[in-house]
Design a protein around this ligand. Structure first.
Ligand code: PSU
Ligand code: MN
Length: 307
């Protein structure tokens, strides 16, 4: 069997791809492990609506029913959102085992890119990417997202990387892996809840058309993924120093509880949610919607160039 035989593409997404219409992929670890129920479900629905309103077709990706599902039904979204942490978190290496066991799983940025590319989708919106964790010199904890970005030709729109990570090391590994980092309307690499991280991007692009021109060249050159860093909207942003206090506390708690490996990111997100009394989640939802809008604009511009 070919790799494509494991795909299950929804009729809407299949028709859009066949017609060269714009499609935006969405990940599902953000639903299962990134946010609590029921906010995860309303976020997942809202993000799909934002993409539709911009004239593109949303394709949320997950592992369900023994398939790599591309484009989830309303029922699928609800099942996944309710399952939450009981679902698996699928990194690249987990896919074959999860399919063999017909397990349900949210897909990380790495795995969503892999499945999107298999389905022929080239633009993907998320919140934040995984990266090099603080203390990686001892733990070796570096997200598989960074390798996938180097190898898989999908453009990922995100709000930068959270400062639960070591942002300087994350940017270094992205460089090693040959990943272009574009600032969308900014010279600063954003830090998820905060609009600035103290680090700059390599290249600034101010509109979707010029990003689409760059993506076309990246594709012509046969190169891998592109990271498009889009800062959280002004009104939903935190001051870096204000959120840092909570991040430091969450990291200390993770250490005290002996949290490691793939449980680390979900634990820190949940802890920061508690420490900020839910306010971190509001910003998180706002930035995902904002990324979805930009990704849809880019997908529309790309489809226009290809036509
Ligand atoms: N950042 C968030 N929410 C998330 C994630 C990151 O704000 O849910 C998820 C993404 O799916 C990302 C994954 O790909 O965490 C990274 O996990 P790890 O660090 O274990 O590679
Ligand atoms: Mn990890």
């Amino acid at each position: 069997m070919s790799e494509k035989s494991y795909l299950s593409v929804s009729p809407e997404v299949g028709a859009a791809l066949a017609n060269g219409a714009p499609v935006v992929a969405l990940e599902s670890t953000i639903i299962t492990h990134g946010m609590p129920y029921p906010q995860n479900l309303s976020m997942a629905r809202d993000v799909e609506s934002v993409i539709s309103a911009q004239g593109a077709v949303p394709a949320t990706i997950a592992v369900m029913d023994g398939k790599l599902k591309v484009g989830l039904s309303g029922d699928d979204l609800e099942i996944l959102a309710r399952e939450g942490h009981k679902a698996a978190k699928a990194s690249r290496r987990d896919l074959s085992a999860l399919l063999a066991n017909r397990a349900m799983a949210g897909t990380t940025v790495a795995t969503t890119m892999q499945i999107a590319a298999l389905a022929g989708i080239s633009v993907f919106a998320t919140g934040g990417i995984g990266g090099v964790h603080r203390g990686a010199e001892d733990s070796f904890d570096i997200s598989a997202d960074l390798e996938e970005l180097g190898r898989t030709p999908v453009a990922v729109v995100c709000a930068g990387a959270k400062s639960i990570l070591d942002i300087a090391k994350t940017l270094e590994v992205l460089e090693t892996n040959g990943v272009p980092v574009l600032g969308f309307g900014t010279d600063d690499f954003p830090a998820f809840w905060a609009r600035e991280s103290g680090y700059k991007v390599d290249h600034r692009f101010d509109d979707a058309q010029s990003v689409a021109r760059m993506l076309k060249i990246q594709n012509d050159l046969g190169m891998g993924g592109v990271l498009i860093a889009n800062p959280v909207p002004e009104g939903d942003a935190w001051e870096a120093s204000a959120i840092e206090r909570f991040i430091t506390q969450a990291l200390a708690d993770a250490d005290a509880e002996g949290i490691s490996g793939k449980a680390t990111t979900p634990f820190l997100l949940q802890r920061i949610f508690e420490l900020t009394e839910g306010k971190s989640l509001q910003s998180n939802i706002a930035l995902v919607k904002n990324n979805a809008k930009v990704a849809a604009d880019i997908a529309v511009a790309l489809a226009g160039r290809r036509a």
